[in-house]
Design a protein around this ligand. Structure first.
Ligand code: ADP
Ligand code: MN
Ligand code: MN
Ligand code: MN
Length: 335
């Protein structure tokens, strides 16, 4: 017997990369091997030199096909086995290795929106639903749209063995969130990309599309983010280290904003539980800050902090790499 391996990778689309996948039949007892694809169809190579390499980095059970079939998250290499320019994982893995002794963990809250055709799921054909206020963590068919799809996605993530931490309905109707973590980088990003693939794949079964658009509806409606919670071992034991991490993020705010997802200025307006992309500030329990220190962390005098700036459409390899470099780099510089 053989099994089916669905190879998943991040393409070269600009300004926001998207997921691609294709299936390979692998003999039982064999690990998914290195494979390839036509980079000229994914913005990753010119037609006359089109071969790109798929290098497996994270393999898990395939909850869609079941049995002993697998999902195979890959990084893209050039044919000389060096990282492809679109490969943001290699640099992330290098930063994680460089600062391995600080043992940074990440928990990423992925917000997203279901669309039914051209409107968010559950929205009326003409006009708008009732204003925001009752939808966040709501219950009842007048407030909740897409629950069966969300449940199917949660079940799939659990069956795949992903470290999914939870789900919740969001502030805008049709908008939802799941969280991956806490785990280290680049693993958290590998798993988040697989969870995103499952989000789209399960949407196919329901004829509903999920989008990571950071501002799917203009006006007085919340955007979609990817709040990134993190802690070093020191932060997990020491409050001053949590504050120092927030201060360090403030020293490179522009660089982070520039790499936290396309159209971030549409979402980080200073309204809708955000801080303007032009400002940086941190605070305890402050959902209007760039970086929030959870109240339990202030009470316990140890824990983690939340970078609220990343967009839903961010690349988690880039986001975690930057946080590693900025926060761990500042610790090293102070030594
Ligand atoms: P919010 O109140 O912002 O909606 P969530 O419960 O959605 O918070 O997400 C918090 C995230 O923080 C979870 O994914 C969780 O795994 C993560 N987390 C908890 N403790 C830590 C830690 N010590 N280091 C990194 N991430 C953590
Ligand atoms: Mn959350
Ligand atoms: Mn949220
Ligand atoms: Mn949050």
């Amino acid at each position: 017997m053989s099994y089916k391996a669905e190879y998943i990778w991040v393409d070269g689309q600009q300004p926001t990369a998207k997921l691609r996948s294709k299936g390979k039949v692998v003999a039982d007892g064999e690990e998914p091997p290195i494979w390839g694809f036509d980079g000229s169809s994914t913005n990753q190579a010119p037609g006359e030199n089109s071969d790109c390499v798929l290098n497996p980095v994270f393999v898990c059970p395939d909850p869609i096909r079941g049995d002993n079939n697998k999902l195979v998250m890959c990084e893209v290499l050039l044919t000389d086995m060096t990282p492809h320019p679109s490969n943001k994982r290699a640099a992330c893995a290098a930063s994680a290795a460089k600062y391995a002794e600080m043992d940074m963990w990440f928990g990423i809250e992925q917000e997203y929106t279901y669309f039914d055709g051209i409107k968010p799921l559950g929205w009326p054909d003409n006009g708008f639903p009732a204003p925001q206020g009752g939808y966040y963590c709501g219950v009842g068919s007048d407030e909740v749209f897409g629950r069966p799809i969300v449940e199917a996605h949660l079940d799939a993530c659990m069956a795949a063995g992903l470290k999914i931490a939870g789900i919740n309905g969001e502030v805008m109707p049709g908008q939802w969130e799941f969280q991956i973590g806490p785990i280290g980088a680049p693993d958290v990003a590998d798993q988040l990309w697989v969870a995103r693939w499952l989000l789209y794949r399960i949407g196919e079964e329901f004829n509903v599309s999920a989008t990571l658009d950071p501002k799917p509806v203009r006006g007085d409606w919340n955007g979609a983010g990817a709040h990134t919670n993190f802690s070093t071992e020191l932060m997990r034991n020491d409050y001053d280290a949590c504050v120092a991490a927030a201060v360090a993020l403030g020293t490179r705010a522009e660089l982070h904003i520039a790499n936290y997802g396309d159209r971030i200025e549409e979402r980080l307006t200073g309204e809708h539980e955000t801080c303007s992309y032009k400002e940086f500030r941190y605070g305890v329990s402050d959902r209007g800050a760039s970086v929030r220190i959870p109240w339990q962390v202030a009470r316990d005098q140890k824990g983690y902090i939340e970078d609220r700036r990343p967009n839903a459409n961010c690349d988690p390899y880039l986001v975690t790499q930057l946080i590693l470099d900025t926060v761990c780099g500042a610790v090293v510089a102070a030594q």
